[in-house]
Write a protein that binds this ligand. Structure first.
Ligand code: FAD
Length: 333
């Protein structure tokens, strides 16, 4: 019975006791939905030795923290986490359940939706709720980004969605907030697990956390070739920025896939975003338009990127970027 399901839940992703930023952002977004529906907002936290995180979740907006602390849950695995989360979801029946669209969040959300036979909207960029019908309105770009689709899950519960990092805003931390902690225990044993974590190899590439970068120099196909694209690396190096690229740049093999910015890559919100030799296709713009300050360089004065740019420079990037590098170096002396 759909009416039995009440409350808004957020899956809290933690790695080594560090809560992922997107989980706090989702507590901010979930708070608004819960307030509209007049229900509690809950964080769902699994892991080992996680008790010190409870107060943080309450401070960021949760009314309740459902948690399972178990050695088998120390590292993320689909099987053990799905078992734990489904146990809680079947017992407490949330009407809305949000996950970060991180690799683990996407993996877990799809496994849970399948197991609970409910619907999941992936890569949501806007969330709202129809209070009267108690329906989650999960919106995301569709048909190559040309339209926004609002997706409803009318007949099944919970209504699930994954949301990209940096799209929603976390609430300011409030140490005075009070909440309830509900610790559950479940029967999990390492022997019954079909997979084992043998080793965790951390990604130590310089740009691993593109989504968290304060300054990004993003290059497009307008850099001409791999040699021209080296100027993007040089500028980034000079000002201590991270490097990103458009899909065309990734397809040309000038950068690895994890550095793609846009609809099918990373969503970023740095303080400063350089868009150099980039046309400004909607699929790129959706991933960077919320940057605080956008500086675009393009030789075509009618390029769409100028529509979202704070400052625009019309000209040849292969001439302008070396001059910028020179100027920045001059100022650093
Ligand atoms: P182009 O569109 O070729 O633009 C190059 C620009 O450089 C032009 O504006 C040109 O005027 C300028 N230029 C050329 N020479 C110079 C010079 N010497 N100096 C200065 N300017 C110069 N794209 C993404 O980026 N991210 C995504 O996640 C993404 N996802 C997609 C998903 C789907 C389903 C689809 C259909 C497309 C997706 N795309 C994505 C591709 C997107 O539509 C564009 O094709 C892509 O963003 C264009 O990349 P670009 O701006 O580097 O190249």
């Amino acid at each position: 019975m759909i009416e039995e399901y009440r409350g808004v839940w957020v899956f809290i992703e933690q790695n080594d006791g560090e809560i992922e930023g997107v989980s706090l952002e989702l507590l901010g977004a979930g708070r608004k939905l819960a307030d509209k529906l007049e229900v509690p907002l809950a964080g769902v936290l699994l892991g080992e030795g996680i008790r010190e995180l409870y107060s943080k979740l309450i401070g960021y907006g949760a009314d309740i923290v459902y948690c399972i602390d178990h050695p088998v849950l120390r590292d993320y695995r689909t099987e053990s986490y799905m078992k734990g989360v489904n146990y809680l979801a079947e017992k407490y029946k949330p009407e809305i359940f949000l996950f970060g669209a991180t690799p683990n969040g996407k993996d877990l959300a799809s496994a849970i939706a399948t197991d609970l036979s409910t619907g999941l909207t992936a890569d949501t960029t806007m969330l709202d709720v129809d209070v009267e019908k108690r329906l989650l309105e999960a919106s995301r770009p569709a048909f190559g980004g040309n339209i926004m689709a609002t997706i409803l899950c009318k007949k099944h519960r919970p209504q699930m969605a994954t949301v990209r990092p940096k799209v929603m805003k976390a609430l300011p931390f409030d140490a005075t907030r009070q909440g309830e902690i509900i610790e559950e225990t479940i029967d999990l044993s390492e022997e019954t697990m079909r997979t084992k974590v043998l080793e965790i190899v951390k990604d130590v590439t310089k740009n691993a956390k593109l989504a968290d970068a304060h300054v990004i120099v993003c290059g497009g196909k307008g850099m001409g070739d791999a040699a021209g694209f080296q100027l993007i690396h040089d500028l980034a190096e000079t000002i201590g920025a991270s490097v990103g690229g458009t899909r065309d740049v990734i397809e040309a093999g000038w950068l690895p896939h994890e550095l793609q910015i846009g609809q099918t890559g990373e969503t970023v919100t740095p303080k400063i975003y350089f868009a150099i030799g980039i046309s400004g296709a909607i699929q790129h713009v959706v991933g960077m338009k919320n940057s605080e300050l956008i500086i675009a360089i393009n030789k075509d004065p009618n390029a769409a990127i100028f529509e979202v740019a704070t400052y625009g420079i019309v000209g040849d990037a292969l001439e302008i970027v070396p001059k910028l590098i020179e100027q920045f170096k001059e100022q650093q002396k």
